[in-house]
Design a protein around this ligand. Structure first.
Ligand code: CA2
Length: 146
């Protein structure tokens, strides 16, 4: 049984409530339900968490060492700024799939830079909320192929 963490960062609790043209109309609760619905198919226990606080996200990443096999991470705007999150990911040596609802490369220049990308297994972006199941499938496939 794989143990997978889906971790969402700042403002993603607002998913589905504003800017639907950028982030879609699916709420975070619906995204998390979509992720949990994959538990059977992926033979995985899927845990979801969200925080608006950088330190709390780092705590989740540290706690994942030894308790999780991999992480799907949408670090929100911390993607583009946080050396601390990058270092936390590097320190736990777990595979991380970087996920973005929007296509960060087609948006403002400041969203093109990603610190998470330097330590991630790979990145999925631009597929809206449907990116979460894609990321979980990619992560589970990677872990099973090891
Ligand atoms: O596309 C993504 O998933 C992002 O990680 C979302 C972040 C943004 O800063 C990144 O550049 C790309 C922002 C999350 C804000 O989420 C909202 C959702 C609905 C309404 C307002 C904000």
């Amino acid at each position: 049984m794989l143990r997978l963490l889906v971790l969402n960062g700042p403002n993603l609790n607002l998913l589905g409530t504003r800017q639907p043209e950028v982030y879609g109309s699916t709420t975070l609760a619906e995204v998390e339900a979509m992720c949990k619905a994959l538990e059977g198919e992926l033979e995985a226990e899927i845990t979801c968490a969200q925080s608006n606080h950088e330190g709390v996200l780092i705590d989740h990443i540290h706690a994942a060492k030894g308790t999780m096999d991999g992480i799907v991470l949408n670090a929100g705007a911390y993607t583009h700024t946080s050396l601390a999150l990058m270092d936390a990911i590097a320190s736990v040596e777990l595979p991380v799939v970087e996920l973005h609802v929007s296509n960060i490369h087609a948006r403002e220049e400041f969203r093109h830079k990603t610190y998470i990308g330097r330590v991630a297994l790979g990145q999925i972006c631009g597929f809206g909320p449907a990116g979460y199941p894609l990321a979980l499938r990619a992560l589970a496939g990677h872990l099973r192929s090891k």
